[in-house]
Ligand binder design. Structure first.
Ligand code: NAD
Length: 501
């Protein structure tokens, strides 16, 4: 049986793209599943002068692809109310509080309020301070703030933003969205690590040679060129998504599988990621930008030809690098990461490469000889997207007369359910925020540590003009990304396009 959640959703930016494409369809899905039903109401606010009736029409329109019945449409949209509201005007918050109190009574919401800021981050401070000064938070029930990424553009701006919102909301009340942190990913990694003694007992520098994380996108910047050109792969992907995956892999086992326990271990892990000096950055990180490319009879534009992108842009669309974690468990183990656009294949994969056997006992044996040092390393691969699951390569004897070692791959995979940024992903995030489960949201301490690590890289890079473009659309990134591992005597496990090298 589904337990119905009670809450008033106050959506700032209720006429915007995010609200229409993601939030309303997600709320409708929750409504259909009975997660919200009678006891919920939504106030959409934005500058435009809309009536409740018009707002309801917009909401109806936004859920058409989910094929609601007429009855569902009427019932669902009857919970929606609109307030024309400029976030800088105090008087409008007074009216907002009045509507909120009325709806609280009418729908018996028990004072539960979820403030969703579907607006640019520059408004977060002013909205939060008005929520406080005009007493829109309730004393009974919960008051939670849900905010979108990006959370700042560097440590300094993130800290300023955090100071503004935390003057009003406590850390437990703040839900910072990171779309990549799907529950599946956390559950997947945790199940493999903590559900199998054979892995967790080997999960350290004694047995693991290196860890590789790839977040590859096959698409270019699409319609996000203008935004992306200001951000780049380092801020768009490494600061949040990649470092979150690093944290999940590197953290100590939590005492219990709860949001608080997991977050606290992730914070400790992130705080141990080395913040590099400029020389270390040059040695450990490389960047790239895609140029034109032809693949499978398709022609791809170069990044600088994309809409909204500066024709002389030096923004990176690819990053590869090596993180080091200075603690007992991980000392000396490189965490190689790479992410980019217009790569050969879309996919998020983690490869855990185990150390070589201490000695090759087959070397010099009488029957056909296995070459010295040629026993392949065991690799545990965790697939996150588009397939979900894992595989393990073990070495066996090649079938037949001779005696050769043959790597065998044990594979368990199925297609991943919800992808980043999908309505399904939002549905889960909203439900988690309603239930107060913060596992899939980032804590300020995680954001702060990640920015410190990333700022060191950005500041070093900003002092030099890169030689872009330096990789062909449709490949796995620039040559320097392969060199990065080769100089450590290693190579990327996942290489879907051997052809171009
Ligand atoms: P948008 O421009 O479509 O919508 C912005 C909303 O803010 C509109 O409703 C607008 O009326 C309102 N607004 C602007 N100034 C206002 C003011 N002074 N007073 C009251 N209302 C005002 O933007 P969006 O695409 O919906 O994105 C919103 C936020 O979500 C951004 O921070 C963005 O980075 C983030 N985000 C969006 C998406 C997406 O899919 N659209 C995905 C991830 C993150």
């Amino acid at each position: 049986m589904t337990l119905e959640n009670r809450a008033l959703f106050i959506i700032f930016g209720g006429t915007g793209d995010l609200a229409r494409r993601k939030l309303y369809p997600s709320l409708f899905r929750l409504f259909r599943k009975g997660q919200i039903n009678k006891h919920f109401a939504v106030i959409g606010t934005a500058r435009r002068e809309w009536s409740d009736t018009f707002f309801r029409e917009v909401v109806s329109e936004s859920i058409q692809s989910l094929s609601p019945t007429q009855r569902e449409l009427e019932e669902f949209t009857s919970h929606f109310y609109y307030q024309s509201h400029n976030v800088n005007n105090t008087e409008e918050y007074v009216v907002l509080e009045k509507i909120a109190a009325e709806l609280d009574r009418a729908y018996e919401l028990k004072g539960n309020r979820l403030f969703y800021l579907a607006m640019a981050p520059q408004f977060f401070g002013v909205i939060s301070s008005h929520i406080k000064s005009e007493n829109i938070m309730t004393e009974h029930g919960f008051s939670r703030l849900v905010i979108e990424k990006p959370f700042g553009t560097d440590y300094k701006s993130a800290k300023k933003l955090n100071n503004e919102i935390s003057a009003v909301f406590s850390e437990e009340q703040i839900f910072r969205i990171d779309h990549y942190l799907g529950k599946e990913m956390i559950q997947n990694i945790s199940a493999i690590r903590f559900g199998n003694t054979i892995f967790e007992s080997l999960w350290n520098h004694k047995y693991i040679d290196n860890i590789q994380i790839t977040l590859a996108e096959s698409i270019g910047v699409e319609e996000r060129g203008g935004y992306y050109d200001q951000s780049g792969a380092l801020k768009d992907m490494v600061q949040n998504h990649i470092l979150q995956v690093v944290a999940l892999l590197a953290m100590e086992p939590p005492t219990i599988f709860s949001d608080e326990a997991i977050r606290s271990e992730k914070i400790t892990a992130l705080q141990a990621v080395r913040v590099y000096s400029p020389d270390e950055v040059k040695d450990a990180f490389v960047r790239g930008q895609y140029g034109t490319g032809d693949k499978l009879q398709q022609h791809f534009k170069g990044y600088r030809e994309e809409e909204g992108v500066d024709t002389l842009s030096n923004t990176e669309t690819f990053v590869a690098g090596k993180f080091l974690i200075d603690n007992f468990r991980w000392t000396g183990v490189p965490f190689y990461v790479r992410t980019g656009k217009r790569m050969t294949e879309k996919g998020t994969r983690i490869n855990i490469v185990f150390k070589e056997s201490p000695i090759n006992i087959f070397r010099g044996s009488e029957t056909p000889i296995q070459e010295a040092n040629s026993i392949p390393q065991n690799v545990l691969t965790i697939f996150i997207q588009p397939t979900e699951g894992f595989s393990l390569t073990l070495n066996g004897k090649e079938i037949g007369d001779g005696f050769n070692i043959d790597p065998v791959r044990l594979d368990y995979r199925h297609s991943a359910e919800a992808s980043e940024n999908s309505p399904e992903a939002y549905e889960k995030l909203i439900l988690d925020a309603l239930k107060g489960d913060a596992t899939n949201f980032t804590h300020w301490d995680e954001v702060a540590s990640s920015w410190k690590v990333v700022d060191a890289i950005r500041q070093t890079w900003d002092k030099e003009i890169p030689n872009f473009p330096n990789y062909t659309a449709g490949t796995m990134g620039p040559e320097c990304s392969f060199d990065l591992l080769e100089k450590d005597g290693k190579q990327w496990v996942w290489q879907p396009d051997e052809w171009y090298r």
